[in-house]
Ligand binder design. Structure first.
Ligand SMILES: Nc1ncnc2c1ncn2[C@@H]1O[C@H](COP(=O)(O)OP(=O)(O)OP(=O)(O)O)[C@@H](O)[C@H]1O
Length: 374
C-alpha cells in the first residue's frame, strides 16, 4: 500500500550532532544504519519533534542545539499529502527554552496545529522496560497514544497536574475553602475528560488488537485501566464522573492534607497489559516477548489512528530489530505494509533489515552526515 502522506525532504540545522544536513526521500520506508553514536536516533528525534511534545527523548529544547553552537536549532520537513505539499518546521533561537512551529512559512498559533498534517508514533529502546517499570511511564505512554487521537489530550493532562499542585499547596497552607472548591471543580472537569479519553482509546485498541493481531508474531494483549476508585465503579457519563470527583476531593481534604498530596485521581491510574495467548501479565514475558507485545500495541494503535483521523501515523522504530527473532522481524515488516504509512527504522547492522528488500531505502549515517546507500 503506497502511503498517502510521505515525508519527502528533511533538513536539520545545528541539531545535536548534525550541523547542516538534508535528506530527500521517496515513498518507501527508511532504514538508517551506522555505528554507535553516528546520529541515527538523533534523526528520529528530529522527526518526532514534528509532533506536539518534547520528542522521543523528552529532552529539554535547550539541549537540542549542536554542542558549541549559539544555541539555535531547526528541523524542517516537506510532506507530500493528498492536498499537496506542506512545509513544516520547528526550532528554537539562542537561549530559548520553548520552541516555535512554522507551517507553510507562517508561525503556528500552537504546536498542536502540526496534528492537522501528520501524526507520529515511536518505539525506542528506552521503552523496553515499559511493562515492568513504574506506572508513571505506562501512563505517559498511554497519554501519548491518546494524544495521537486527540491532540489536546497532553495539554489537558498538563493542566490537570498544574491544578493539582495548586490544590496540594493550598491544602498545605490551609487556604481558602472557596478557592479550593474552585480549583477542584476545574480539576474534575479535566480529570473526567482525561479518564474517558484513556478508557475509550484502550477499548478501541482492544477491539483492533483482537481483530488484527490476535494470532502470530505479536500476541493479542488484554488491556485495562486500573480502578479509579477503590470502592466504587466509574459512572458512565462524563458529567457524573466530574460531579463525583468534585465531591470526593472536597470530602478528602483532611486526608490529602495529612498525606501531603491528592490521593485520588487520574494521576494514580495504571494500565495493565496481558499476554492473551499465555493469559499472563506482559511483565512476565521474555525481553523479546515484551518487545513483540509493545510492537503489537503500537501497530494496532497506528491502525486505530488511521481509522479515526484518516491520517496513517509515521512510525519511528529505533533499534527495533535487535530483540526480534527472524520470523517476528519478517512479520513486523509485513505488518508495516498493511498500515499504509512510512516507517523510519534504525540499526547498527543492515543484515537485520534484509527482509525488507525493495520496500525500504537504506541510508548510512556517520558522524552526523548521510552517506550513499551502503
Ligand atoms: N547537543 C548535541 N550536540 C552535539 N552532539 C550531540 C548532542 N547531543 C547528542 N550528541 C551526540 O550525537 C551522537 C549521536 O547520537 P545518537 O543517539 O543519534 O547515536 P546513534 O547513531 O543512535 O547511536 P547508537 O547506535 O549508539 O544508539 C552521540 O555521539 C551524541 O553524543
Amino acid at each position: 500500500m503506497t502511503p498517502a502522506r510521505v515525508l519527502v525532504r528533511l533538513r536539520l540545522n545545528a541539531f545535536r550532532n548534525y550541523m547542516t544536513a538534508a535528506l530527500d526521500l521517496g515513498p518507501r520506508h527508511l532504514v538508517l544504519v551506522g555505528p554507535n553514536g553516528a546520529g541515527k536516533t538523533n534523526l528520529l528525534e528530529a522527526i518526532s519533534l514534528l509532533s506536539p511534545g518534547r520528542g522521543l527523548r523528552r529532552a529539554g529544547f535547550e539541549t537540542l542545539a549542536a554542542h558549541g553552537s549559539d544555541g539555535a536549532w531547526a528541523v524542517a520537513a516537506t510532506l507530500d499529502t493528498p492536498d499537496g505539499p506542506v512545509d513544516l518546521g520547528t526550532g528554537s533561537g539562542p537561549g530559548e527554552t520553548g520552541r516555535r512551529v512554522r507551517i507553510n512559512g507562517a508561525n503556528a498559533r500552537a504546536v498542536e496545529a502540526l496534528s492537522a498534517y501528520l501524526r507520529i508514533l515511536w518505539i525506542t529502546p528506552a521503552m523496553d522496560g515499559l511493562f515492568t517499570g513504574p506506572a508513571a511511564e505506562r501512563r505517559r505512554f498511554l497519554d501519548r497514544l491518546v494524544t495521537t487521537l486527540i491532540p489536546d489530550h497532553s495539554a489537558s493532562v498538563g493542566e490537570f497536574e498544574k491544578l493539582m499542585r495548586q490544590r496540594n499547596r493550598l491544602l498545605e497552607e490551609d487556604g481558602d475553602p472557596l478557592w479550593l472548591g474552585a480549583i477542584e471543580g476545574q480539576m474534575a472537569e479535566r480529570a473526567s475528560a482525561i479518564h474517558f479519553a484513556r478508557a475509550d482509546c484502550l477499548a478501541h485498541l482492544q477491539g483492533l488488537i483482537a481483530e488484527t493481531l490476535g494470532a502470530g508474531a505479536f500476541p493479542a494483549a488484554g488491556l485495562a485501566l486500573t480502578q479509579l476508585f477503590e470502592d466504587m465503579a466509574v459512572p458512565e457519563a462524563p458529567d457524573a464522573l466530574e460531579a463525583l470527583l468534585r465531591m470526593r476531593w472536597q470530602q478528602d481534604r483532611a486526608l490529602d492534607r495529612a498525606a501531603g498530596r491528592t490521593l485520588l485521581g487520574p494521576h494514580r491510574i495504571d494500565f495493565e497489559v496481558v499476554h492473551a495467548q499465555k493469559n499472563m501479565p506482559a511483565a512476565l514475558g521474555s525481553t523479546g516477548e515484551q518487545k513483540a507485545l509493545l510492537i503489537g500495541l503500537v501497530l494496532a494503535h497506528a491502525r486505530l489512528v488511521r481509522q479515526m483521523t484518516g491520517i496513517a501515523p509515521f512510525l519511528l522504530l529505533d533499534e527495533i530489530a535487535a530483540h526480534l527473532d527472524p520470523a517476528r522481524r519478517a512479520a513486523l515488516f509485513d505488518a508495516l505494509e498493511g498500515l499504509g504509512t512510512q516507517a523510519f527504522m534504525t540499526g547498527t547492522d543492515p543484515v537485520l533489515f534484509a527482509a525488507l528488500g525493495a520496500r525500504a531505502q537504506t541510508i548510512a549515517v556517520r558522524d552526523g552526515r548521510f552517506l550513499a546507500e551502503p
